[in-house]
Design a protein around this ligand. Structure first.
Ligand SMILES: CC(=O)SCCNC(=O)CCNC(=O)[C@H](O)C(C)(C)COP(=O)(O)OP(=O)(O)OC[C@H]1O[C@@H](n2cnc3c(N)ncnc32)[C@H](O)[C@@H]1OP(=O)(O)O
Ligand SMILES: O=C([O-])CC(=O)C(=O)O
Length: 371
């Protein structure tokens, strides 16, 4: 019997307690809490929720924050590695390299116990922003900025990137961006991480699998694609032509469409409001207006073409928000990874907890050698 589903669409491969997604109703919940209701929490609280299964109380949060903030700093070996990376490289490739280096010097190297894996997870959550920010400073001929332990996760990232403290609105948007990016069930990169973990390989290797998979343009790489697309469109007057050309050339529109959501991605709704808020502060740059028009035209044209709406996904309005925050496109997908590392590591811990090797079958369709 051929029960193959191309792209494993709708196949249930694992059980999880981490995220609930209803693609028809447009619901996403982390550990039972609707993602929209998590917007007033910090990324530190949300990463604790994902990793440990519950929101921390005051004293647990204080301990967790202390651990995370103490782990932000990079040792000089990592900075040396960042200095020899290709300055033109996408930050995802640099992140992958840095994690590989860090893994070899981890105090728990070769220890695959739950405690050691939890410690490694927290260290990766803490260090990812420092890696991306330091790489950005280095390629711009600047010295890396040390983390500021007084600042929250998102604000500290912007501070290390730009060397000045962000405004309250910028800090709030970055924090929410990291929360919205943190987790999404068995998406391709999380699946890749879980497959690696299921071989009982180490958690750093599993996270590198996740980074490599998130980078693709059909997944988190669409954030880069959407930023480049906004630049290419450039003005509201070019939107109609752009969409028409995409349809003629059968080119995918970055940041639109989703395997699971048959309605508006609930995260895109939040991002859209955030981007709108940013646009009030910066009336000169019309990114929000371009984005809104693009959404309308894509809706109209795809309904005409295939009687189906193609909705924006998490990457589209994230890219618009990044334009307002002057985030360089080269960093855009890696910033997604700064958020998603909490989801990846939580899934790895869940996989190790009740592991069975993930090993599906392929149907052989060529010919059998029979001597
Ligand atoms: C964080 C994330 O990973 S969110 C997703 C990020 N990726 C993107 O934004 C890239 C653009 N989007 C896409 O390529 C797709 O929507 C995917 C890969 C995300 C999901 O795709 P799937 O569920 O596999 O749908 P599939 O690729 O089968 O497409 C179904 C139909 O919709 C069309 N379609 C889907 N998305 C788009 C899009 N963004 N632009 C144009 N057409 C699209 C396809 O061309 C196809 O049309 P056809 O049936 O006439 O050939
Ligand atoms: O779930 C997916 O396929 C992609 C996605 O939205 C994510 O990883 O955030």
């Amino acid at each position: 019997m051929d029960n193959r589903k191309k792209g494993l669409e709708d196949v249930i491969a694992v059980e999880t307690k981490i995220a609930y997604i209803d693609g028809i109703k447009g619901i996403l919940a982390y550990r039972g809490i609707n993602v929209a209701d998590l917007m007033d929490y910090s990324y530190e609280e949300v990463s604790h929720l994902l990793l440990k299964g519950y929101l921390p109380d005051e004293s647990e949060l204080s301990d967790y924050i202390t651990t995370l903030r103490n782990e932000r700093e990079l040792d000089s070996g990592v900075i040396d590695i960042l200095r020899i990376c290709n300055k033109q490289a996408d930050a995802m490739d640099v992140l992958r390299t840095a994690v590989s280096y860090i893994s070899q010097y981890d105090a728990d190297y070769n220890d695959n116990s739950v405690d050691a894996n939890t410690r490694k997870a927290v260290k990766m959550i803490a260090k990812f922003p420092t890696i991306v920010a330091a790489f950005y400073r280095i390629i711009n001929g600047l010295e890396p900025v040390s983390p500021d332990s007084e600042l929250g996760h998102g604000a500290n990232f912007l501070y290390m990137l730009k060397g000045t403290r962000p405004t309250e609105l910028e800090a709030e948007i970055m924090e929410k961006d990291l929360i919205l990016s943190a987790e999404h069930g068995l998406n391709a990169s999380t699946f890749a991480s879980r497959i690696t973990a299921s071989t009982l390989s180490d958690i750093h290797s599993a996270i590198i699998s996740g980074i490599c998979t998130l980078k693709g343009p059909l997944h988190g790489g669409a954030r880069l694609g959407a930023m480049n697309m906004l630049d290419e469109i450039g003005s509201i007057d070019n939107v109609e032509n752009f969409v028409e050309e995409c349809i003629i050339a059968k080119k995918r529109i970055a940041g639109f469409g989703h395997r699971v959501y048959k309605t508006y991605d609930p995260r895109a709704r939040v991002y859209r409001n955030l981007a709108k808020e940013l646009s009030y502060e910066d009336a000169e740059n019309g990114w929000y207006e371009i984005a809104e028009r693009l959404e309308d035209v894509v809706n109209r044209e795809f309904v005409k073409k295939s009687a189906k709406i193609i909705y924006p996904n998490v990457d589209f309005y994230a890219a618009v928000a990044y334009k307002y925050l002057s985030i360089p496109a080269q960093l855009s997908t890696s910033i997604f990874a700064l958020g998603r590392v909490a989801g990846w590591t939580s899934h790895c811990l869940e996989q190790y907890e009740d592991n069975r090797l993930i090993r599906p079958r392929a149907k052989f369709i060529w010919r059998i050698y029979d001597k």
